[in-house]
Design a protein around this ligand. Structure first.
Ligand code: C5P
Length: 208
């Protein structure tokens, strides 16, 4: 089935995990669009540029084909850098084209912030995955430090960081983080990854 499924939501809500497992279950390609913004931020930082400075010329230089499989794209500098470059219209325009090309031929599950609203407003199915900031921070913290680790100060710093990034993503004028009117809302506070996948697959099977 050549389906385009959009999975949007705030940071660390579980949308990447859902998109990846949904793609595997449905045998569709998966694109994590956050990696595109992260790769641009990384290239800017490596070139000695400040990702928070909006300068079309300099940003354009950072838009070379990027290696998206690097494991050093999920570090705090790049978290912040990616949400800065993501506010810049020339960056979004260049990445929009790449995202559409990726999915148009064989369908895909694509996760990000604006997939259901801007990149594929006519997607066959849209999910908006969310959870409270505290739950999202705890999940990210445990990913970084292991399931039994617990440092309240570090956890509250991470919660503040996640809230700041959500605010920046939701308040920017271009392609802000927003639930599409026709998206299925999935609140994952009390669901684990397996339950989220089962719920999403049930919706796919009901509709197609
Ligand atoms: O999803 P991830 O946390 O990897 O995304 C990193 C940043 O890239 C986000 O905070 C957001 O600013 C930006 N982004 C975006 N639009 C997307 C995907 C990511 O603006 N479709």
């Amino acid at each position: 089935m050549r389906l385009i499924i959009a999975v949007d939501g705030p940071a660390a809500a579980g949308k990447g995990t859902l998109a990846k497992s949904l793609a595997a279950s449905l045998r569709l390609p998966h694109l994590d669009t956050g990696l595109l913004y992260r790769a641009v931020a990384r290239q800017m930082i490596l070139a000695g540029l400040d990702p928070s400075v909006d300068d079309g010329e300099r940003t354009a230089q950072a838009l070379q084909p990027a290696d998206l499989l690097r494991d050093d794209l999920r570090v705090p500098d790049i978290d912040r850098g990616a949400s800065s470059v993501a506010t810049q219209p020339p960056v979004r325009a260049a990445l929009l084209k790449r995202q559409r090309e990726f999915a148009t031929e064989s369908g895909a599950v694509i996760d990000g912030r604006d997939i259901g609203t801007v990149v594929f407003p006519d997607a066959d199915l849209k999910f908006f995955v969310t959870a409270s900031a505290g739950v999202r921070a705890l999940r990210r913290y445990q990913q970084l430090h292991g399931a039994s680790a617990r440092d309240e100060a570090a956890l509250s710093a991470l919660t503040a960081e996640i809230e700041a990034r959500d605010r920046k993503d939701a308040e920017r004028p271009v392609s802000p983080l927003r639930q599409a009117d026709d998206a299925v809302l999935v609140e994952t506070d009390s669901m684990d990854a397996g339950a989220v996948l089962a719920h999403a697959l049930a919706i796919v099977r009901e509709r197609f």
